[in-house]
Design a protein around this ligand. Sequence first.
Ligand SMILES: [Fe+2]
Ligand SMILES: [Fe+2]
Length: 359
Amino acid sequence: MPKGTGFAPMNLDVLCVFRQQPMSALRKEDLEAQKQERTIFHPAPLATLEPEKGAHFDLYLAIPSLSGQRYVLYKSSELDLTREKCAYLLERGVKNLYIADQDAPAYFEFVDRTLGEKLTSPDTTPEKRSQILYTTTSALVQATFNRPDSPVLIHTNKTLVEHTLKTIVNDPRIVRTMVSTFALDYSLYTHSVNVATLGTGLLLEMKLTEHKNITDIALGYLLHDIGKTRVPTEVLMKTGILTKQELSEIERHPLYGVDLMQSHESIGPAALSVIRSHHEKLDGSGYPYRLTSDKIPLETRICSAVDIFDALTSNRPYKKAMSGYETIRLIMNHMSHELDKDIVSQMIHLLGPKRTAPV
Ligand SMILES: [Fe+2]
Ligand SMILES: [Fe+2]
């Protein structure tokens, strides 16, 4: 990726985001896009880019192109982000800049260092706080699933989980605000954040936040499916009936997750236990070890219930999202031998009538 020398000319590049471009320009862009094909870009929400705090990594703008979008260098790593530039982008409705995958550790190290101040600032409203946490965690999970071996990324996951816990313990009402912002279209990243948010909300609802391993448990919720990064994409995305071999590959993802995470210092035994056992069922019909209720810790049962709830209430390529009401009814009527009924009741209570009402 060629390095730039400074800020991109704003009058050209930022405006490109907002207007239709001539075909000739788009063709040229597509050639450039082909060069970018091998680079993965991750969103860097503008809300996380504190100006004048040493953002020493390249930042890109996304510009629509015929093949989707291409990325134009906006700020090179030698320059810091100024207040004026941030304000300029905000005024124009830009919500995200982007980072190349190789810069993800530098960007998230910056987030780790600067986000606390922003979240605790009296100028940040609870709604804004929950929005920052949701968008930042989604971006982080996306980068982490691409680089599960990065200690910096795993450490930042832990920091964000700590911020989320602190935020909801200080203001429990914020869980409902966060849940109402859940993305309905399923992706592994948004699913992970939804499970972590709802699961942490349930820990609070069930008065478990004093648990000594609480951060570790919530970190386990966020990374519960990280083992899916080892399952071939074509198997994960398959919409038809899975072969026996494909099914057994999917059923290995809890153990793949433990294998990927166990060497990280930031991951403790409670997180590994959640990752390992989140598909176990009370009646012993789950995987990978067919554990029965007495062998599945309460915090893992919370993860199992929330995992199923989020999967059913999200849109998939092969099915539309069920309403919260339909999902709770399905769980109560057909999965009561697999999931903890008390947890499901607490989930109904936490989600409230808006999310669980019939539609
Ligand atoms: Fe899973
Ligand atoms: Fe899951």
